[in-house]
Every structure is written in structure tokens, then in C-alpha cells.
Design a protein around this ligand. Structure first.
Ligand code: ATP
Length: 361
């Protein structure tokens, strides 16, 4: 049984539907992420799980118990916010101890649990500092420790790393994974940063305009997006209008605008005549010198119209004869051979048959 069951939840603000009949199951011990662009309904859904807002319809079950109508402080759930929400006049230790004091725990127990929590988040030496004497990352660790001190069944994290700079954010992501592994509490995490979602989560729900578009493991979301929105939102992808010409159990034959006929892996739900897109990730596209031996199907001839060298990889833009532009990401793994091609070079663009995919509209 799932720890958290969200059943057909809908939330409206006036005429506007912010969360539209959403159902999600989160398993015990999972690091589950709600990912989507700004305004897609992530925070609204999180607030209903926490109990700050009530849904217009649907059920939220925790351990099989209906939470709708249960006030936030009576739910075995804690929320960590991006703004940390620490008490400025309390020390780190007092901030972490606060939930234990509120639940009437004895002094000795508070003392030992706070020390343990401080050590879990590497802040033992900072127990007597005040929040204004801490860095952003340290404040966020205090907020995590305070969130976990009462052993909630579920920790909700609302863009907790959003205020940190890129490098610190990377470090805190690692710490968050370690903390979750160590403590084993179920996390529901929200972010609009797709890399962060891919790096941290066991599973991701991709949201768009109040709906869930796909729930899957990170690698499946990236490699097998269920539709155009997910493909476009997660990472970079080349997309070309396409129509299905033929269907076999293993393959789809497509007519792709700007390319001609292309074969991609089969999909059970697709019929001849379906309209959609042919999608391929830049790192799946190969760019080769224009020579006879490189002309192995599928291949397309074009010219390099631009490139961007960023050290480890170079992104090439290749313009095909009919102005279709394809982006290819090439690793610069051979020292001294950073730029394989120059602007204007004639090249061949190719890929493995099974790396392209058809996504219906
Ligand atoms: P962000 O990443 O920017 O925080 P989000 O995905 O968390 O976005 P929500 O905050 O859940 O999005 O908002 C979803 C939609 O509902 C938005 O269009 C927002 O303007 C609207 N909304 C949220 N709260 C209210 C409210 N109290 N009254 C009216 N509209 C609201």
C-alpha cells in the first residue's frame, strides 16, 4: 500500500482550476518530486497535502487514513520552505528543539534528540549560533533538522534549495540524498528545476496547468517522455512535425517535415495517419564529415551554422538543405580536439534508428 494516496484532487480559485483531478501514490521511503513550470499547481497541491488548504473534491490518504479535515498540526507531516522560516531570536539548537517542546517532551530527551539532529546535518559546532550568523546552506540544514526532529511520516519540501547559489545547491542536493537515505523518511519535494528533479528523485510527477502529464522514474521521464510537453520541459530535444506512414510491431515509419522518411521504435497506442512530432535528444545525434563511407542510413546532409564550446562538450547547430535546424551535443573527450567542425563545414547528421521517437499531439 502507498504511504500517501492522492485521489482525484481538484482545487479551484474562483473560476480558475489550479489542480485538476490529480491522482498520485507515493510509496514509503520514496523521494518523490512534483516538477513543473511556474504556476502549474505544485505549491497548491503541496499545501493541500500539508493541510494548509482544503481541496474542493477528492481524497488525501496517509497510511490509509483520510486527511481531509485534519488540521496541519495534527498530521504526521512537516513542511520545509525555501525561506527557511527559522525563529530569528532562537539559537540553532532552540530552533530545532521547538517542535519537541511544543509536543511536551522532557528536557533530557530534547537535549539528546537535538544533539543527534545537529550531528545528522553537520551542525554540531553551530548549536549556539543565531540564524543571522549562518550561511544560506546552514540555515537550510537547520530547517531540515527541525523538520525531521518529530519523526514525521512525510516531509514536504517546497523548493528548499531555490535560494542557494549553483555550487552550494549541488552540495546540498548530495546532502539531501544522504539525509533521506539515512533517515528513511518519505520526501515530497517540489521544484521547477528539471536537473534537480532528475538528480534527486526516485520518481517524478511532471505537472502542467494543474494536470499530471507523466509519473515515472527519472531515466524513463528523460528517455521515454509520454508527450510533447514532457519531452520539451525535460532537457533539450530536437522536435520535427511528423506523420505516421506505417506501423509494425517493432517500428513506426514516419514522414518527417524537413527530413523525409524516418524509422523509430514502435508504440502500441499509435495508428497510421497519427500526427505528432519526431523527437531526438541532441546527445543522440552524431555529426560526421561529409564522406561516402559516412553515408549510412539514416543520414541527412547539412552545414554547421553555429557551435557553442563549453569545455566538456560542444553544441553544434546543423542546418539541413531545407532550413531544418538540428542540434547535436558532442563530447570533447579527445584533448586538443575541442572543435571538430567549423561554421560552414558540410557535414552528415545521423543517429541510431532506435534513438528517435514519435510523440503524438
Ligand atoms: P511556482 O513554481 O511559481 O511556485 P506553482 O506550480 O507552485 O508555481 P501554484 O502556486 O500552485 O503554482 O499556483 C497555481 C496557480 O494557482 C497559479 O496560476 C496561481 O496564480 C494560482 N493560485 C495559487 N494560489 C492562489 C490563491 N490563493 N488565489 C488565487 N489564485 C491562486
Amino acid at each position: 500500500m502507498a504511504l500517501l494516496e492522492i485521489r482525484n484532487i481538484t482545487k479551484r480559485f474562483g473560476n480558475f482550476t489550479a489542480v485538476d483531478n490529480v491522482s498520485i501514490d507515493v510509496k514509503a521511503g520514496e523521494f518523490f518530486t512534483l516538477l513543473g513550470p511556474s504556476g502549474c499547481g505544485k505549491t497548491t497541491l503541496l499545501r493541500m497535502i500539508a493541510g494548509f488548504d482544503a481541496p474542493d473534491s477528492g481524497q488525501i490518504l496517509l497510511d490509509g487514513r483520510d486527511m481531509v479535515g485534519v488540521p496541519p498540526e495534527k498530521r504526521p507531516i512537516h513542511t520545509v520552505f525555501q525561506s527557511y522560516a527559522l525563529f530569528p531570536h532562537m539559537t540553532v539548537a532552540e530552533n530545532i528543539a521547538f517542535p519537541l517542546k511544543m509536543s511536551g517532551k522532557m528536557r533530557d530527551e530534547i537535549h539528546s534528540r537535538v544533539n543527534e539532529a545537529l550531528s545528522d546535518v553537520y551542525l554540531s559546532k553551530f548549536a549556539n549560533r543565531f540564524p543571522h550568523e549562518l550561511s544560506g546552506g546552514q540555515k537550510q540544514r537547520v530547517a531540515f533538522a527541525r523538520g525531521l526532529i518529530n519523526h514525521p511520516r512525510l516531509l514536504l519540501l517546497d523548493e528548499p534549495l531555490g535560494a542557494l547559489d549553483e555550487k552550494l545547491r549541488g552540495e546540498m542536493q548530495r546532502e539531501l540524498i544522504d539525509l533521506q537515505n539515512e533517515i528513511g523518511v518519505t520526501f515530497v519535494f517540489i521544484t521547477h528545476a528539471q536537473n534537480e528533479a532528475l538528480a534527486l528523485s526516485h520518481r517524478i510527477a511532471v505537472m502542467n496547468q494543474g494536470n499530471v502529464e507523466q509519473i515515472d522514474e527519472p531515466s524513463r521521464i528523460y528517455n521515454f517522455p509520454s508527450n510533447r510537453f514532457v519531452a520539451d520541459f525535460i532537457g533539450k530535444i530536437n522536435m520535427m512535425e511528423a506523420k505516421v506512414l506505417a506501423v509494425t510491431p517493432l517500428h513506426l515509419q514516419l514522414s518527417v517535415t524537413g527530413l523525409g522518411n524516418v524509422t523509430v521504435p514502435g508504440r502500441k497506442d499509435i495508428q497510421v495517419g497519427s500526427q505528432g512530432i519526431m523527437a531526438i535528444r541532441p546527445e543522440q545525434v552524431r555529426v560526421l564529415h561529409c564522406s561516402e563511407e559516412n553515408k549510412v542510413a539514416p543520414y541527412f546532409i547539412g552545414r554547421v551554422s553555429d557551435f557553442l564550446y563549453v569545455g566538456d562538450v560542444t553544441t553544434y547547430i546543423v542546418e539541413l538543405s531545407n532550413s531544418t535546424r538540428i542540434e547535436a551535443l558532442l563530447p570533447n573527450s579527445i584533448p586538443g580536439r575541442a572543435n571538430f567542425f567549423e561554421i560552414g563545414d558540410p557535414v552528415i547528421v545521423t543517429w541510431q534508428h532506435d534513438s528517435g521517437q514519435f510523440l503524438s499531439d
